[in-house]
Design a protein around this ligand. Sequence first.
Ligand SMILES: [Zn+2]
Length: 569
Amino acid sequence: MRITAGFLTSLSLALAACEPAPPSADLVLRNGDVRTMEEAAAPATAFAVRDGRILFVGDDARAEGWIGPDTQVVDAGGHTVLPGLIDSHIHAAEGALALGGCTLRNQQLTVQQAAEPIRGCIAADTSSAWIVVNEVNPAGFKADRHDLDAIESRRPLFLWGADGHTAWVNSRALTVAGITRDTPDPEDGRIERDAKGEATGFLIDGATGLALSVMEQPSPEKRIEALRRVLPLLHDVGITSYFEANTDEATVNAYSKLASLDELSARVTMAFESTGENTPGEFSRLETLRKQLPGGPLFRADFIKLFADGVMEHPTQTAALLAPYNDAQGKPGESRGKLYLPPAQLQAFIAEAGKRGFNIHVHAIGDAAVRETLDAFAQARGAGSTQLFSIAHLQLVEPSDLPRFKQLDVGASVQLLWAQPDNYSVDALTPWLGDERLSRQYPGHSLVAAGATVAGGSDWDVSSFNPFEAMATAMSRRNPEQPERAPLNADEALTLDEILAAYTRGAARLIGREREIGSLTAGKFADFIVLDRRLTTSITADQIRITRPTRVFLGGHEVTTQPGPGSGR
Ligand SMILES: [Zn+2]
């Protein structure tokens, strides 16, 4: 065929008239109120996805060009679309094991009131060697082994405080755990004793481990089954990624197995629990754990979790404070709580962890524990460390320490569902904390204002993993079950945008995955959720509390289990 100049001209004109069509996308979402959660991003209504990643974000008209014959089209119906939510501190695997078990649901009960439901659990479970009762509200709860012996004397009985730091056991449990008057307190905990020096049955932090370590352990199959149960529950409230805040070998094995079966439907970042012993043995154990999980799109496994202190509520009071707890009359007392790791040990451990390529996540509740941790991070930064550092909980932060989060690039994992007036946040701290300190509890706004990377987290199964409940509380600082109570430190409230950022880009940054997740932008994973409504500027905290996703996607694949109306499934 002879190609004429005229033919070439018409060909190029034809090509110019219709721009070269882009290759089509696997999925196009359109008609959405797309909150990309990128700072200062232009408003968007649509995006396109291929091979699990976002290709393009923009408007419906331009998204049209990505739709081919095989493209899945998701019409968001004008509703808000967010990046998949990220929980920056959760105990998903451990919490999953307790699902369906015996629980007191964190209700405020006396031991006499708790007796009946506990007897019900004992009657229903005739096979377990230990009777474990979960979610005991620890604020002001008083029980000794004699109280528990009256409920059960034959089998060991273990009541787990909902804060994960406290336990009450009967005499049989003390015997089986080998706890006698001669057993010393572990360094990171306390065995409560009576005037004669006998263990009362109340165990705090590391002391709970004396009982936990002799209980029958769930089988590997049971652990995998538990993960299979919990993942859909997390997805149903919009969570697609999370930070497993305290894992051990059994948990790592369960995740590794689930991933090898191709059944892991969330991105999981692991923090391995450590007592902070700076020894070659401890680090080689941690390195072995790290090797067990593959890198890649689902896992990141190079964090170590340490405990700087315990909890603040009376009667436990193991959180470390700069000034002493008050006595029962509200006058300064003797105790400042307990730093679980001496500062020199914490600093040396962090330095060694840095040499071995580990990042650090620290539980710190009291202002002395927060300061000790920031001091240790400062020392490491001074020596040139580029490790990822973060602190969880932050119930009390001395104001002069607030700017250090930004200066030292330390992430703040906050559990703002706790920032409401309740027995644990007011009654169990009054008068022991004093008004001035009570008025600064659970900072939100002051951390944001100080430029900290603020990340949302649940600490489930200490409290609900539903991020929308935490978002509502972060905004209102109110207790929905006790609406007559004044908000808890209303000046620490966050705006909707601030708390959305905490559950997306803030949390992604805290776990060092901000290049992969946390916003809807070209190149990142297509993890996103479609809400059951549009989040208008006038939306109230009460409306946020009942907001739910109708569709949840991980890497462009739907993981929703109970699609709502209009979900098209
Ligand atoms: Zn925790």
